[in-house]
Design a protein around this ligand. Structure first.
Ligand code: FNR
Length: 397
């Protein structure tokens, strides 16, 4: 593990974010950190959590907190799932395998993006826990069907269908940093932007040693092989998923389906009608349509529409254990976090522990996200909060 992450200065996700900013080239850091257009929704996601305050009950005996829960019938050590983050290999070598391994060791689930740099079989093999496969229809239906079959054979237990990417988000930081030019591999276009890579030689060296990824091994286009990075924007735009697609996806995948990217009560009902087993209230972490409401604000509408007919998860803006508690107070079954782990570097496999005190040293970002402290303070009793305990929060206007 890098010295910067072991440092006592890295005790929360914001510290980890700053460490990532120092460690990574600007183009990579901004790819993780940025959002669409003015980044209104990105900021609003976090602010929605900040605006919620707790109403603790005091002077009540507090037994140890039990954070265990189940999602889709699968036991998790706490109500946190690592969200699909494409191209995690840009952030650290074999990034998707490392994240899956860390999640498995911590007893939580990991969702692998279609747009990953590691083969899905290798990611499943790296984790001793639960892995889900996130599906984009890039490369067309046959390509998706072959990925679904591979995911089933490799042991992925749920399919996450992301529905909020009909076009690639307008990420202004990416445009400024020359993402398109760098991916083009045309020297003249790349030249004005390569300096940001050269100023981070340690990152550059590890990236090159890791293979300097330029292809997506899980998007095997019939007759062409793995999709190139340079083709991803066009491929996303040509592969919009619609509710009709859920029919053939359901036929191809017999396990649980999670619909990710639900913003409204209406779409939540459509997810139920489409036979989904869970949904994620998500705006893609503010990376797609800027100006949509923060997810925490949309959660009550979604819950009111679907009741208990489907498991409701949430992501967007989770940066602390207290954010997890707030989402649970509002009725989410569990949350997903993207940037909170993407900023980090994985611990060395030999030093991983499963969620106890040693975890603080081995995996500071997992520690920072554990909600036990807040649960102990707020609930002063019992286990993970349930929806009925909503009287324990107050939402500021
Ligand atoms: C994402 N997200 C994402 N979602 C998805 O369904 N497929 C993907 O390939 C990606 N890729 C991706 C890359 C990066 C760098 C980020 C930060 C996010 C969205 C992700 O799954 C999740 O919805 C958000 O990250 C949640 O917001 P927070 O936790 O980052 O605030």
């Amino acid at each position: 593990m890098s010295r910067s992450v072991q440092s006592p200065r890295v005790i929360n996700i914001e510290d980890l974010r700053r460490a990532a900013k120092r460690r990574l080239p600007r183009v990579v850091f901004d790819y993780i950190d940025g959002g669409a257009e003015g980044e209104l929704t990105l900021r609003a996601n976090c602010r929605a959590f900040e605006a919620v305050t707790f109403r603790p009950r005091c002077a009540v005996a507090t037994p140890a907190c039990d954070l265990r829960t189940t999602v889709l019938g699968i036991p998790l050590s706490m109500p946190l799932i690592l969200a699909p983050v494409g191209s995690s290999r840009l952030m650290y070598p074999r990034g998707e395998e490392a994240a899956a391994r860390a999640a498995g060791a911590a007893g939580i689930a990991y969702a692998l993006s279609t747009l990953s740099g590691c083969r899905l079989e290798d990611v499943a093999a790296a984790s001793k826990g639960v892995v889900w496969y996130q599906l984009y229809l890039v490369g067309g239906r046959d390509c998706a069907l072959s990925a679904i079959e591979r995911a089933r054979a490799a042991g992925f237990s749920a399919l996450v269908v992301t529905i909020d990417t009909p076009v690639a988000g307008l990420r202004e930081r990416d445009m400024r940093n020359g993402v398109k030019e760098l991916l083009s591999r045309k020297l003249v276009g790349m030249l004005p932007f390569v300096n940001q890579l050269l100023t981070k030689p340690r990152w550059l060296m590890s990236f090159l040693v890791d293979g300097g990824l330029m292809k997506f091994p899980n998007v095997a286009i019939p007759g062409q092989g793995p999709m190139l990075y340079a083709d991803v924007t066009t491929a996303l735009e040509q592969s919009m998923v619609s509710w009709d697609d859920l029919g053939w996806i359901r036929e191809a995948w017999s396990g649980p389906i999670v619909i990710k990217g639900v913003h409204t009560g209406d779409d939540a009902c459509r997810a139920v009608d489409a036979g989904a087993d869970a949904l994620v209230v998500s705006n893609h972490g503010g990376r797609q349509l800027d100006g949509v409401a923060p997810t925490l604000r949309m959660l009550p509408e979604v819950l009111a529409s679907v009741g208990d007919r489907i498991e409701v998860l949430l992501d967007g803006g989770i940066r602390r254990g207290s954010d997890i508690v707030k989402a649970l107070c509002f009725g989410a079954r569990a949350v997903l976090a993207g940037r909170a782990y993407a900023y980090g570097q994985p611990p060395h496999p030999d030093t991983q522990s499963g969620g106890n005190d040693k975890c603080h040293h081995a995996h500071p970002h997992a520690y920072a996200m554990r909600p036990d402290h807040h649960l102990g303070m707020i609930y002063q009793s019992q286990n993970v909060p349930e929806r009925k305990k909503c009287e324990n929060y107050t939402r500021d206007a």
